[in-house]
Design a protein around this ligand. Structure first.
Ligand SMILES: Cc1ncc(COP(=O)(O)O)c(C=O)c1O
Length: 360
C-alpha cells in the first residue's frame, strides 16, 4: 500500500498512527463485540471516549475551569449564525475583522440577524496581510476574527487585545492545536475538526461560562450554546465516531510532546517551504506578506498560468496531492497541518527545487 504526500486543505491528513489505531478497533471496540459507531451514545464505553476527548483538549490547550468545551455539528459554518443569534443583542454591533473569505462569510450571516461593523479589513491587498489596527463600533457586542486564513495563507501572530467588556471570538478552524494559546484572551473559540482535530463531523467550541448566561431562550434549541453546555453535548446524538477520532488525535498530540512541541515542528515545516519560495529568485511567488505568513497554509504562484498548471500536473504524478489553490483564488497551496509529517514538506521542497531547475 502506498500513501501519498497529502497536502489537502480539509478534510486533511490524519496521523497514520491514529488511522491504524482506529483500524485495530474498528470491528470490536474494547471487547463490546461491535464497532464504536454501533454503540449507544448513552453507553458507558462511549461516555469514556467523550470524557477523554474533553479532558485531553482541556489539558493540551490548558483550558481553565471557567470555560466549557462543547461538541457541536453543522461545521464552523453553523457557528457563523450561532454567534450572532446568541450574542448580537439589539442596539449592539457585531464587529468583524475581515481577513479572507471565511470571515466574510461569518459577517454575511451576522448581517442577516442584526447590526454589524467592519472593524478592519485587508481586502484591498487581496487578503495578503493581517490588519495592523482595529476600529471598533460604539457599542460592540463582540469582535470576531479568523485566526488562520485557510484560503489566502495568512495567520494572526498576536491577537488583538480588547477592553475586558468586549468579547473576542475566534474561528480557529485551520490552526487550533497548532500552537499554544492563552485561552483567557478569548470568550469563544470554535473550530471545525477536519484540519487539525480529526475527520469532519464535529465542531469544537470553547466558551467562557460567563458569556453562556447571555444566550437568549427564544432561539432554536440546537443553536443555543446553553443546550450543549447543560447536557454535556449529549442533548441529542453527537457525531460519536468523529469525537472518537478526535480523542485519538488528541492522544497522538500528547504523545508528540503536546502543543508546544507540535508548534516547533510546524515552524520547521513552514520554514522549509517559505525558504524554498524565498530562494527561488522569483520563480515561486508567495501570496502572503512576510509578517502574516501562515504556518498552516503556504500559498504561492508561479510566474505564468501555464507554469502553475505544469507544476501541479507534475506534482500530482509524483504523489503530491491537494496542492491546487482554493477554487476562488487558484495558484498553489500546501496545507501543512499538524498531521502532515516533516518528511512530506522535505519532499515537496526538493520537488519544488528540481521543478525550478528544469523549468527556469
Ligand atoms: C477558517 C475556516 N472557517 C470556516 C470554515 C468552514 O468550515 P466548515 O466546512 O466546517 O463549515 C473553513 C473551512 O475550510 C475554514 O478554513
Amino acid at each position: 500500500m502506498k500513501r501519498v504526500y497529502n497536502f489537502n486543505a480539509g478534510p486533511a491528513a490524519l496521523p497514520k498512527e491514529v488511522l491504524k489505531r482506529a483500524q485495530q478497533q474498528l470491528l470490536d471496540y474494547e471487547n463490546t463485540g461491535m464497532s464504536l459507531m454501533e454503540l449507544s451514545h448513552r453507553s458507558k464505553e462511549y461516555d469514556k471516549v467523550h470524557t477523554k476527548a474533553t479532558t485531553l483538549l482541556k489539558e493540551l490547550l490548558q483550558i481553565p475551569d471557567n470555560y466549557e468545551i462543547l461538541f457541536m455539528q453543522g461545521g464552523a459554518s453553523l457557528q457563523f449564525s450561532a454567534i450572532p443569534m446568541n450574542f448580537l443583542a439589539k442596539g449592539k454591533q457585531g464587529n468583524y475583522s475581515l481577513t479572507g473569505s471565511w470571515s466574510e462569510k461569518a459577517l454575511k450571516e451576522a448581517q442577516k440577524l442584526g447590526e454589524t461593523h467592519i472593524a478592519s479589513s485587508t481586502k484591498e491587498t487581496a487578503y495578503a496581510g493581517i490588519p495592523s489596527h482595529l476600529e471598533l463600533s460604539d457599542n460592540p457586542a463582540y469582535l470576531h476574527i479568523t485566526s488562520n486564513n485557510t484560503i489566502f495563507g495568512t495567520q494572526w501572530r498576536d491577537f488583538p487585545s480588547l477592553s475586558p467588556d468586549v468579547p473576542l471570538i475566534a474561528d480557529m478552524s485551520s490552526d487550533i492545536l497548532s500552537r499554544p494559546l492563552h485561552i483567557e484572551d478569548f470568550s469563544i473559540i470554535y473550530a471545525g475538526a477536519q484540519k487539525n482535530l480529526g475527520p469532519s463531523g464535529v465542531t469544537v467550541v470553547i466558551i467562557k461560562k460567563e458569556v453562556l448566561a447571555e444566550c437568549p431562550e427564544n432561539i432554536p434549541t440546537m443553536l443555543n450554546y446553553q443546550t450543549f453546555a447543560k447536557n454535556k453535548s449529549l442533548y441529542n446524538t453527537p457525531p460519536t465516531f468523529s469525537i472518537y477520532m478526535l480523542s485519538l488525535v488528541l492522544e497522538w498530540v500528547a504523545e508528540q510532546g503536546g502543543v508546544a512541541a507540535i508548534e516547533e515542528i510546524n515552524k520547521k515545516k513552514a520554514g522549509l517551504l517559505y525558504n524554498t519560495i524565498d530562494q527561488s529568485d522569483g520563480f515561486y511567488i508567495g501570496h502572503a506578506e512576510n509578517d502574516a505568513r501562515s504556518n498552516m497554509n503556504v500559498t504561492f504562484n508561479l510566474s505564468t498560468k501555464e507554469l502553475t498548471t505544469a507544476f501541479l500536473a507534475q506534482a500530482k504524478e509524483e504523489g503530491f496531492v491537494g496542492l491546487g489553490g482554493h477554487r476562488m483564488v487558484g495558484g498553489c497551496r500546501a496545507s501543512i497541518y499538524n498531521a502532515v509529517p516533516l518528511e512530506s514538506c522535505e519532499a515537496l521542497a526538493e520537488f519544488m527545487d528540481v521543478f525550478r531547475s528544469n523549468n527556469r
